[in-house]
Structures are given as C-alpha cells and as structure tokens.
Design a binder for this molecule. Structure first.
Ligand SMILES: Cc1cc2nc3c(=O)[nH]c(=O)nc-3n(C[C@H](O)[C@H](O)[C@H](O)COP(=O)(O)OP(=O)(O)OC[C@H]3O[C@@H](n4cnc5c(N)ncnc54)[C@H](O)[C@@H]3O)c2cc1C
Length: 406
C-alpha cells in the first residue's frame, strides 16, 4: 500500500456504505492475497504464470464470485453496483493483486451474456468464474491490426463444423490459454466488415500450433498462432454467421476502457515516490532534486486530472454506458501517464535498472528492491499505446467525433 489514498480526496466521505465496502474489500485482499503473487505483480511484470492467475481467481470465486465483479448475480457474479466494481478494482491495484482476467472476465464474459445462447452461457461462463480456464483473444493478424476488418484467416463451413486455415498474431497468453475467442473470415464477397464470424475454439484442437514472440523487455507473453485445418463445431459460433463484427465492436469497447489503468498508475506513483525518497550515500535524495521534483509534479498533476476525468465519466449522469469519445481520451491519457511514470522511475533508478534481472526469488543485494524491474516494466509497458486500438487510431476517433471531421 502506498501513501496514495486512491480515491481523489473527498469522494468517499459522503458515502459511509461505500467506505465500509472498501474496508471489507481491503481487509479481504490483505489477508487472502498470496505473497508470491503479490511480489510478482508489484514488479509490474504482466507475465504472470498461468497458475498465479487461476489461483487468485479461485480465491475470489470462493468469496462470492468476486473474481467476476462485472457479472450479474444470475451468472455467479457478486451483483455489485458500478461504484462497488470501481472500488474493488482500485483496491486490487493498490494491494498489488493481479488484474481481473481481461480476456475471460472483462471481455468474453459480458459478451457471452449479451450474445450467447443459453447453452453457451451454461457451458462457458462457470469455468471462467471458478478460475478453471484461461482465454486468449485471436483478433489481430499480420496486416490486420488497426485495420482489423481486413483479416483473412478463413473459416469454411463444412457440415456441422468450420474448418480454419491461416494465422493470428500478437496473441497474448496463447501459450498458456485453454480457449481462444476469435474473428474469422467466412465471406469475402461484400464489404470487409461483413463476412466475419465470431468463434470460440479449444486451443488443444488438432492443427493449432503456437510460435512464441519475444518482446524487447525479454519476456514472452505474445505469440503467433497458426491454424491448419482446425475443426470448430458450429455450436461454438457466437451470434450469427458473418455477423461477428458487431460482436467484436461490443467486446472491444470493454477492452478500451480498462486500458486507462488509473488505479495501477496510482500504485506506480506511490512506488516512484518511495524510490525518489531513498537516501543516497551523501544523505540527499532525488525528491529534493529540482529536475526530478518538477517531472514528478507534472506527472502527478496529469494523473490527478485523469483520475478526476475518469470519475466524472463513470459516475456522471449517463454513467459508463454513455461513454463515447471519452473512452478514447481515457485510453490516450491513461497510457501516456502510465508510460511517463515508468520512464521517470527508470531514470530515477538509472544504472540500478539492469535489464538483465536475476530470477525471481534470487537475491540482488546491489539493487534496491523497487529497482529490479524498472527497465523491464518500462519496456513492457510501451505496448499499452499500441494495443486496444493504438493511440494514433484513438486520436483519429477523437478528431472525427469532437471536431466532426471525416
Ligand atoms: C503486447 C501486445 C499484445 C497484444 N495482444 C493482442 C491480443 O491478445 N490479441 C489480439 O488480437 N491482438 C493483440 N495485439 C495486437 C494489437 O491489437 C495491434 O498491434 C494493434 O491493433 C496495432 O496493429 P498493428 O500492430 O498491426 O500495427 P498497424 O495497424 O500496422 O499500425 C502501425 C502503426 O501505424 C499507425 N496507424 C495505423 N493506421 C493508422 C491510421 N489510420 N491513422 C494513423 N496512424 C495509423 C499505428 O498507430 C501504428 O503506430 C497486441 C499487441 C501488442 C503490442
């Protein structure tokens, strides 16, 4: 926990019900979050082992479906108000607990609830809720990232199943996932947004192979996935054939919002301050260095502005449902703030941020504990302005909607 309260001053003061909810959540996380998981999350490495994700999800499931805070009670979620969900996610971040399972819990769950048949909901929702499976997202392809609708990986209907051929790229966690939800080309005759179908497929299906992609932080979280005559039963199609684009747009709007990451940036800010306060050999600290002080103040002001905007958008009259261009502003600002804080952290630890890090659990007595992952976190988080709709694309959306330009 940091010196950051995480709630923008007086927000909770008028709401004793939410304050006691926050205390309950905070107490639970503090007493139930396993220390090995907490330490790895605190290192700001996205690359948690599969077991860590699932172990934590199971713990939350046993606490009344807390692992799916955005799901209604009917499907095993806690049925929380939007404010409660907000507080829960903030407390997870402030305690260095893992993020919600983004593919299964945040994206696919609500999409299945919206578009799935009753049989699909009964089959696919409980294993996500209970922490039994991990999902990955097979949307992007070589030459179909920002221009996603250009995707070419084909799914051909043959009797009661589709046969898939082609490749997906940048598939996060495909190497540890059990299932993939993806978009596949079922018709090329009309507009490219038409003729795309949304399928759910078992990663153990014959014909799937996975090639790891090493990222420049040295990690392995993204992959290229190849499909060679992979059979997918028609029962695993979400929505109608050729109508996957509308479902994908719904799902992507859920992803884009989460990327603002205000809570995690608050936690990074707290960690950064503790690094800056460290005393050097001559008794001074970087906190009193005018260069660092100015940069820290600028970063914190930006973060506080983002936090205020996030609250206004989420708890304003229309609530999150009414969010339009604001989602793009949150994404662009959120990722800029996040990357700026990590850059400042990297500069603060300077040579201590050796990219060649000792393995987890090994001692690194020459480094302060916060410094060990600064380089890795900095390089890893460059991705946030690329995925979820790159920041350039978000700026295009903003230009069109705010300035009315086409
Ligand atoms: C770490 C990481 C994890 C990812 N995980 C997943 C995943 O799990 N599943 C998945 O499906 N995808 C995933 N992606 C893919 C991600 O969604 C794409 O990288 C993203 O959509 C950009 O596509 P691209 O890489 O093909 O770049 P391109 O679309 O080729 O863009 C290249 C550059 O050109 C700019 N650009 C493109 N078009 C425009 C335009 N019209 N106007 C202005 N600028 C433009 C872009 O902003 C970018 O800077 C991941 C990506 C990364 C980096």
């Amino acid at each position: 926990m940091t010196d950051i309260d995480g709630y923008g001053g007086s927000w909770l003061e008028a709401r004793p019900d939410l304050r006691s909810f926050r205390d309950e959540v905070r107490g639970f996380i503090r007493s139930h979050l396993p220390e090995d998981i907490r330490r790895l999350v605190a290192a700001e490495s996205m690359e948690l082992p599969r077991d860590y994700f699932l172990r934590w999800q199971k713990i939350l499931y046993q606490q009344g479906g807390w692992g799916c805070p955005n799901w209604p009670e009917k499907y095993g979620g806690p049925g929380w108000s939007f404010e409660q969900q907000f507080i829960f996610e903030r407390e997870l971040a402030l305690a260095d607990a893992p993020r919600l399972l983004s593919f299964g819990v945040t994206m696919l769950g609500p999409t299945l609830i919206e578009y799935g048949t009753e049989a699909q909901k009964a089959r696919f929702l409980p294993p996500i809720l209970k922490g039994e499976v991990l999902w990955c997202q097979g949307f992007s392809e070589p030459n179909a990232g920002s221009d996603l609708a250009s995707l070419k990986t084909r799914a051909e209907l043959k009797g009661d199943h589709y046969v898939i051929n082609g490749t997906k790229i940048w598939t996060t966690e495909a190497n540890i996932a059990d299932w993939m939800f993806g978009l596949f080309r079922t018709d090329s005759s009309g507009k490219k947004q038409q003729g795309i179908t949304f399928l759910l497929l078992d990663m153990k299906s014959p014909g799937i192979s996975i090639r790891p992609i090493r990222t420049f932080d040295g990690g392995h979280e993204v992959n290229q996935v190849f499909f060679d005559n992979v059979k997918v039963p028609v029962a695993q199609r979400l929505g109608e054939e050729h109508k996957g684009w509308g479902i994908a747009k719904y799902l992507l709007s859920l992803e884009r919002f989460g990327i603002a990451e205000v809570s995690r940036s608050l936690q990074t800010l707290g960690r950064l301050k503790s690094i800056l306060r460290r005393q050097r050999a001559d008794g001074s600290s970087l906190m009193s260095d005018p260069g660092f002080g100015t940069r820290l103040a600028a970063a914190e002001i930006k973060l506080r502005a983002l936090e205020a905007m996030e609250r206004r958008v989420l708890f304003g009259p229309g609530g999150p449902e009414s969010m339009g261009a604001e989602a793009s502003i949150l994404k662009v600002m959120g990722t800029e703030v996040q990357q700026g804080l990590l850059e400042l952290q990297l500069d603060a630890v300077a040579l201590g941020a050796a990219p060649d890090l000792p393995a987890e659990g090994q001692d690194a007595p020459h480094l302060p504990p916060e410094a060990r992952y600064a380089a890795r976190a900095f390089f890893n988080m460059r991705k946030t302005s690329i995925y979820g709709g790159s920041n350039e694309i978000q700026r295009n959306i903003l230009t069109k909607s705010v300035l009315g330009l086409e």
